[in-house]
Every structure is written in structure tokens, then in C-alpha cells.
Ligand binder design. Structure first.
Ligand code: ADE
Ligand code: ZN
Length: 360
């Protein structure tokens, strides 16, 4: 047996020149941990599904729909996102949507994805939970078999709805408990603090589900704290506003809480005016376990590699940051330690390969 490839040394990372970064960012194996599958519906797919299912859309064309993607905040995006999801009716629709995404993930060297889905968006329109989850899961299983991409599902509760509705959704989901690995909390953040969902998250914890929540995207640092203390989540989705609270930053660093940061999303939803002013370098400098993700790639202008490429182009980040971000994504995933070690070794090989090519 050959010895595992060790991590690249600081000197090796420093030797990789800036012009090699785009190729490195593309080639490095990575996990995507913050991806709303309904947010991967491209306008072309929305129109094709609308036609297949006889659903009428309030937009005349693909171009007209795309032109509406000018958001001023989270809510202005969510209104269009929920309208787009209204074309999804059958198990095949959910499978096709997820498959489109998984093909793109493979092209981006995503080795593992933990995919959010919003069942309440669909059950409210009369689509059974079973149709949603079976369509998505069959695409995940197919990706493992045909693409070598590992994929798992995280069911999100919509925080603008009540906790009783979330509890009812959990009841509907329980017969399919084996088809998803965890639960999350998404949708309109302001005015809907994590503690609103204390009971449902406690039940999910008892069921052995993994727990995550959006917090500190538009909402205050206090929402990050209550997601940790009340919901007891294992990762924070976004979390970028944590920097407003030094004690919270120290805690996140000490406890190694992963943040699933989504740079292009943050700019599209006006959390930051542009990428050059994104706080990702400051989050890294504070020792936080930052990961890079695409959130809703069909709406925000790029899949995960485009997020990496754009943030590295806009900010002074080098190969060492690339290694940290990719490694964080693999380590923050909900897979076995053995699987993580295998992927980290693959990451080490890619970085050592780039370092060697740069030295010669
Ligand atoms: N649902 C889909 N994308 C979201 C985001 N960025 N924040 C909250 N809810 C979402
Ligand atoms: Zn999100």
C-alpha cells in the first residue's frame, strides 16, 4: 500500500503562481454544502416544464424571465424563486431538475453535494411530499452510480410559515426518513428568528437528523447565536454578518462552526455592494471554517466554480486560501471520516501536482 499524499506545505502553496489559480480552482475536488435545488432551475428548464405540465407563467419568454432577475434584497428574489418552482409537478420533473444540477456539479469537480429542498413550496400546491423526495433522491442515487458524485438531501422548513406547519411537514416526511440526512431553515430571515422553530428542531435532533440553518445573511448576529444555542445546528448557512459581533466570531472560531458562504448570492441580494467588498478574507483571517457555495446558481449568475473564480478574481486570495476553502468544504460535510480522508487525499494530490508543475 502506498502512503497517503500529505497536505501541500506552505512553501509549495506559495509557489503556485496567480495565473494558475483559475485552473486550480476548477480542478480541485470540493463539496457543495449550500445549494437550493429549486434555485438551480434555469429559465430554459422552467419554460420547458411549464409547457410539459400546462402551467402558465407570468413571463412571455426565457429572456423576459431572465430580465426579471434584478433583486434588491432576499424577499425580492424569493418571490420570483417560488414562482419559478411552480412548474414542478411530477417525480420526473424533480429528477430532471436535480440531474441538470448534478451534471454541472460533476463538471465543477464537486465530489459531494448536500442539496437543500423546500417541500412546503410544493405540498402547498398539492404535490405530495413523496413525489418531491423520490424524484430528487433517484437523481442523487443516479449521480453516485453514473457520475461518481456523492449527493444527499437536506429538507428545509420555510421560516415565513408557522412552526406548526413545519411540524406537519416533518410528520409527512417521516415515512421517508431514510431518504434525507438532515433539516435546514430558509426563506425570509428578518422577523423570523431561529427560536421560532425550537420545538421542530428538537424533534429532528431526537430523530438523529443533521441540523443546519440560514442565519446572519440579512438577519442580525443574534440569529446566528440562537441557531447555535436554541436549534443546536452543526453549520450556519451564510453567517456573514457574524463579523459585527467580536465575541460571536471568537466562539465560531473556537467551536469550528462551518459557515456556508455564497459570494455571488450575497452580491445579487445586496448583502455586499460588490465582490471586492465581500468579507470572505476577513472571515478566513478570523480563523473561521469558511466554505464557498452557489446558493441558487440559476438566479445568481454562477455555479460553484464561478463563485470561486469570481471571489478570487475580486480579492487578494491565493492558493493557500483555495486549499483551505476546499478542505473546509470536505471536512464540514456530513459524511464518514473515512470518506473525508479519501477526498482530502485527492485534494492534496491536486495541489501537490500544481505545485510541482509550478516548480519545474
Ligand atoms: N431560499 C433559497 N435561497 C435562499 C437564501 N439565499 N436565503 C434564504 N432562503 C433561501
Ligand atoms: Zn440559501
Amino acid at each position: 500500500m502506498t502512503a497517503p499524499t500529505p497536505a501541500p506545505t506552505p512553501a509549495q502553496l506559495a509557489a503556485i503562481p496567480a495565473e494558475r489559480l483559475p485552473a486550480l480552482l476548477q480542478a480541485m475536488p470540493k463539496a457543495e454544502l449550500h445549494l437550493h435545488i429549486e434555485g438551480s432551475l434555469e429559465p430554459e428548464r422552467i419554460f420547458a416544464l411549464a409547457q410539459r405540465n400546462g402551467v402558465s407563467l407570468p413571463y412571455a419568454s426565457v429572456e423576459a424571465l431572465r430580465a426579471a432577475y434584478a433583486f434588491t434584497d432576499l424577499q425580492s428574489f424569493l418571490d420570483i424563486y417560488y414562482a419559478g418552482a411552480s412548474v414542478l409537478l411530477t417525480e420526473q420533473d424533480f429528477h430532471d431538475m436535480a440531474w441538470d444540477y448534478l451534471l454541472k456539479a460533476q463538471a465543477d469537480h464537486v465530489v459531494h453535494v448536500e442539496m437543500f429542498f423546500d417541500p412546503q413550496t410544493h405540498t402547498a400546491r398539492g404535490v405530495p411530499f413523496e413525489v418531491v423526495v423520490r424524484g430528487l433522491k433517484s437523481a442523487c442515487d443516479r449521480a453516485e452510480r453514473e457520475l461518481g458524485v456523492s449527493a444527499a438531501l437536506i429538507m428545509c422548513f420555510l421560516r415565513h410559515l408557522s412552526e406548526d406547519e413545519a411540524l406537519q411537514t416533518l410528520d409527512e416526511a417521516l415515512p421517508f426518513r431514510e431518504l434525507f440526512i438532515g433539516v435546514g431553515l430558509d426563506s425570509s430571515e428578518r422577523g423570523h428568528p431561529p427560536e421560532k422553530f425550537a420545538r421542530v428542531f428538537a424533534r429532528c435532533r431526537d430523530l438523529g437528523l443533521h441540523l443546519v440553518a440560514h442565519a446572519g445573511e440579512e438577519g442580525p448576529p443574534a440569529y446566528i447565536e440562537s441557531a447555535l444555542d436554541v436549534l443546536r445546528v452543526e453549520r450556519i448557512d451564510h453567517g456573514v454578518r457574524c463579523l459585527e459581533d467580536a465575541a460571536l466570531v471568537a466562539r465560531l472560531a473556537r467551536e469550528g462552526v462551518p459557515l456556508t458562504v455564497c459570494p455571488l448570492s450575497n452580491v445579487k441580494l445586496c448583502v455586499f455592494p460588490d465582490l471586492a467588498q465581500h468579507n470572505l478574507p476577513a472571515l478566513l483571517a478570523a480563523g473561521l471554517k469558511v466554505t464557498v457555495n452557489s446558493d441558487d446558481p440559476a438566479y445568481f449568475g454562477g455555479y460553484v466554480n464561478q463563485n470561486y473564480l469570481a471571489i478570487f478574481a475580486a480579492l487578494p486570495l491565493g492558493a493557500a486560501a483555495a486549499y483551505t476553502l476546499a478542505r473546509n468544504s470536505l471536512e464540514a460535510s456530513f459524511v464518514s471520516e473515512a470518506r473525508k480522508a479519501e477526498w482530502v487525499e485527492g485534494l492534496n494530490r491536486v495541489f501537490r501536482g500544481f505545485a510541482q508543475a509550478s516548480a519545474s
